[in-house]
Design a protein around this ligand. Structure first.
Ligand code: PGA
Length: 249
């Protein structure tokens, strides 16, 4: 049985003080959760969030990082840096990073390797564009993205990684994949992991993300392939986020 993970992706929202306030509201609402819970906050809020989360059991996550350990990469942070400030996980290859900042499957792979070296759990995002779904390429796209992201890992390393299936057309749009679409495509991703890494696929958690909210979470999370959610908009509304956490229990 894979334990579910509900991760909030706060994107470019909240100052450090606002982060602390949101976390303080959230902690009592998700106390005793039956699933793992994470909040992925802006880099400048990691330090404040770490202190606010102490003793809560909620994981702290970042939203991106560079693949090198250090060097002349103005504006970037490394896996070692976010680990040092207390992050336990990091979102990699989010479609907004791919769309606006030129990230590719190859650099997602390099970043993923850097997280394993640093001892942080990556949440690697894959997902098709609307045109790709309409033209029947969804399975090919997610299989390819998954294969490249996991290139060069051992089965033992892969077990502990997390993938988030986020259809790009569903992110921030209010359009949500149906329970069946999400379940089926996550099954395709798991099959790609199984083809390369065997049984590790049964342990790896694969989340759904894209307009998941308090109203649709229960249906999605009941699907056998869906091991949790990566939640954008609804993660900034504590009561909605807490309902999603409860739906995973
Ligand atoms: P959304 O974002 O829940 O606002 O659609 C999900 C994500 O981008 O991870």
């Amino acid at each position: 049985m894979r334990r579910k993970l509900i991760a909030g992706n706060w994107k470019m929202n909240k100052t450090p003080d606002e982060t602390v306030a949101l976390i303080n509201e959230l902690i009592p609402l998700v106390k005793g959760a039956e699933c793992d819970v994470a909040v992925c906050v802006p880099s400048v809020c990691l330090h404040a969030a770490r202190a606010a989360l102490e003793g809560s059991g909620i994981w702290l996550g970042a939203q991106n990082m560079h693949w090198e350990a250090s060097g002349a990469y103005t504006g970037e942070v490394s896996a070692g840096m976010i680990k040092a400030v207390g992050a336990e996980c990091v979102i990699l290859g989010h479609s907004e990073r791919r769309q606006y900042f030129g990230e590719t499957d190859e650099t997602v792979n390099r970043r993923t390797h850097a997280t394993v070296t640093a001892g942080i759990t990556p949440i690697v995002c894959v997902g098709e564009l609307k045109d790709q779904r309409l033209n029947g390429y969804t399975n090919a796209v997610v299989t390819y993205q998954t294969a490249i992201a996991l290139n060069g890992f051992s089965a033992d390393e892969v077990r502990a990684l997390v993938i988030a299936y986020e259809p790009v057309w569903a992110i921030g749009t209010g359009l949500v994949a149906t329970d069946e679409q999400a379940n089926e495509t996550i099954g395709v991703i798991r099959a790609a992991v199984r083809a390369a890494f065997g049984d590790a696929a049964d342990e790896m958690r694969i989340l759904y993300g894209g307009s998941m909210n308090a109203a649709n979470a229960a249906g999605l999370l009941r699907q056998p392939e869906i091991d949790g959610g990566l939640i954008g908009g609804a993660s900034l509304k504590v009561h909605d986020f807490a309902s999603i956490v409860r739906a995973a229990g």
